[in-house]
Design a protein around this ligand. Structure first.
Ligand SMILES: Cc1cc2nc3c(=O)[nH]c(=O)nc-3n(C[C@H](O)[C@H](O)[C@H](O)COP(=O)(O)OP(=O)(O)OC[C@H]3O[C@@H](n4cnc5c(N)ncnc54)[C@H](O)[C@@H]3O)c2cc1C
Length: 383
C-alpha cells in the first residue's frame, strides 16, 4: 500500500535521464524537488551519450518488454516534442531495423503498432538489397540525451545541486537523509528517490530485505563529422537511423556542434570503468560493415585512430532487461523509492518510469496498464 508523504518535497540522487525524468514528473505535479549529483554538470553518466535511439522492441508474441517499450517510446517522444528542438536535439525520423538475426518478427495482430515490414523504398534509401529482412518503426527517432536531461532539470520546482556525492542514506523518523563521505547531511526529506544508476547498488546494499541485482555494462560509440566524409560517402548515408546489429545515426550534431555520424555500441560486462578503447572502434567498424555493408566498406578509413572519436559509458542493467521503479518496500521503508536499471534503453524507458513513479505517488491513473506496471515495480526485489 503506497501512502504518499504529507509534504510534496522530494530528494533525488542522480541527474541522468532517470533522475531528471522523476524530477520533471514530480515538479509538474506541484512537488518541490532537489536533485543531487556528484558530477559538476549534465551528462556525467550514461546519459552523456552523444546520440541514441528511442525505438520499440517487437516480438511475435508481443511480450511484456515489447509492450513496455511501446509505451516508453510514446512517452519519450511526447516529452521531446514538449521540451526539445526538433532537428537539433531530437527528430521523429522513423527507424529502419535491419533484422539480421531474423529474430524480430511482428505479432500477427499488430494493428496498434506503428511498426511494419520495411518497404522497398525504405530499403533502397538505406542502401540495402530489396530482399533484406527489415522492419520500419514509424514512431521512433534519435535523441541527444544530454539535451533531454538539461531540459527536464529546468522545470520550475526542480533545483539541482552539482558536486554532491552521496555516500549514505538513512532513515530519520519520517524523513530520509543523505550524507557525504564525512557523514555530513547533504539533504533530507519525506521522499527520497535513488536514481544513481549502478552506483545505486552501494547506497541500497545496507538495506535489510532488499537486493536489487544491478550490473554495469560498458559500451562505446564511435563517431565523426560529416564534413570529413567525401561526397560519395555522404551519398550513401541513410536518411534515417538504422538499427539491428547496433545502430547507425547520421546528421545529428556531435558534442562540438557539427553534424556527425555515430555507430555503436559495444557491450562489455564486469567492467566498472568507461575508458574509450581503440579495439572498440574496430568492433564498431565491423558492426557498421554488418549493418550497412556498402556504407561500412566505404567508411572503413574513418575508423583510423587519428580520425575517429569515441564516447564510452556504463549502462546499468537488470536480469530481465526491465528497470526497477517505485517504492522499495512501502511497509518497512516508507518514502524510499528507486528509478534505476534502464539498461540499453534509458532513452526509451526513463520518461515512462518517471511518469509511473509520479502517478503512483499522486494516486492517478497509471501511464500503462497495471499488469505491465507490475513488471517494473522495484518492490519485486524486496524479500
Ligand atoms: C554506449 C551506450 C549506448 C546507448 N544507446 C542507447 C540508445 O540508443 N537508446 C537508449 O534508449 N538507451 C541507450 N543507452 C542507455 C542509456 O544511455 C541509459 O540507460 C541512461 O542514460 C541511464 O540513465 P540513468 O539516469 O539511469 O543513469 P546515468 O545517466 O548514469 O545517471 C546517473 C547519475 O547519477 C550520478 N551519481 C552516481 N552516483 C552518485 C552518488 N553517489 N551521488 C550523487 N550522484 C551520483 C551520476 O553522476 C550520474 O549523473 C546507451 C548507453 C550506452 C552506454
Amino acid at each position: 500500500m503506497i501512502s504518499p508523504p504529507d509534504k510534496r518535497q522530494a530528494l533525488v540522487i542522480g541527474a541522468g535521464l532517470s533522475g531528471s525524468a522523476v524530477a520533471h514528473s514530480l515538479a509538474m505535479r506541484g512537488w518541490s524537488v532537489t536533485v543531487l549529483d556528484q558530477a559538476s554538470g549534465v551528462g556525467a553518466g550514461a546519459s552523456g551519450l552523444p546520440a541514441g535511439l528511442a525505438a520499440p522492441h517487437v516480438s511475435p508474441d508481443d511480450n511484456v518488454l515489447s509492450r513496455i517499450t511501446r509505451a516508453g517510446v510514446q512517452a519519450t517522444l511526447q516529452r521531446a516534442q514538449a521540451l526539445l528542438h526538433s532537428g537539433t536535439d531530437w527528430a521523429l525520423t522513423g527507424v529502419l531495423e535491419h533484422n539480421l538475426a531474423g529474430k524480430r518478427r511482428l505479432p500477427a495482430n499488430a494493428s496498434d503498432h506503428h511498426s511494419a515490414p520495411a518497404t522497398a523504398a525504405q530499403l533502397a534509401a538505406a542502401g540495402l538489397p530489396p530482399d533484406s529482412p527489415a522492419l520500419w518503426h514509424a514512431q521512433a527517432g534519435w535523441i541527444r540525451p544530454r539535451q533531454l536531461v538539461a531540459a527536464q532539470l529546468q522545470t520550475p520546482g526542480v533545483q539541482v545541486q552539482w558536486g554532491q556525492q552521496v555516500q549514505g542514506i538513512e532513515q530519520r523518523g519520517e524523513h530520509w537523509a543523505v550524507t557525504d563521505a564525512k557523514g555530513q547531511t547533504l539533504g533530507e526529506g519525506p521522499l527520497l528517490v535513488v536514481a544513481s544508476a549502478f552506483d545505486s547498488l552501494a547506497l541500497l546494499r545496507p538495506l535489510p530485505n532488499f537486493a536489487v541485482p544491478l550490473n554495469p555494462l560498458r559500451g562505446q560509440v564511435s563517431f565523426g563529422h560529416l564534413t570529413d566524409l567525401s561526397e560519395d560517402q555522404r551519398q550513401l548515408l541513410p536518411p534515417f537511423p538504422v538499427n539491428g546489429h547496433g545502430s547507425f545515426i547520421s546528421g545529428v550534431p556531435t558534442p562540438e556542434g557539427l553534424p556527425g555520424w555515430f555507430i555503436g555500441a559495444t557491450f562489455e560486462r564486469n567492467c566498472e570503468q568507461a575508458p574509450v578503447r581503440a579495439e572498440d572502434h574496430t568492433a564498431n567498424q565491423v558492426r557498421l560493415a554488418t549493418l550497412l555493408p556498402a556504407l561500412g566498406e566505404t567508411m572503413a578509413g574513418q575508423f583510423d585512430p587519428e580520425r575517429v572519436q569515441g564516447w564510452a559509458g556504463l549502462r546499468c542493467t537488470l536480469p530481465n532487461r526491465l528497470p526497477a521503479v517505485g517504492p522499495i518496500d512501502p511497509e518497512r521503508l516508507p518514502g524510499l523509492w528507486l528509478s534505476a536499471g534502464m539498461g540499453a534503453r534509458g532513452i526509451t524507458l526513463a520518461v515512462l518510469c518517471g511518469e509511473l513513479l509520479a502517478a503512483w505517488l499522486s494516486q492517478e491513473p497509471l501511464p500503462l496498464p497495471d499488469v505491465l506496471a507490475k513488471h517494473l515495480a522495484a518492490e519485486r526485489f524486496a524479500s
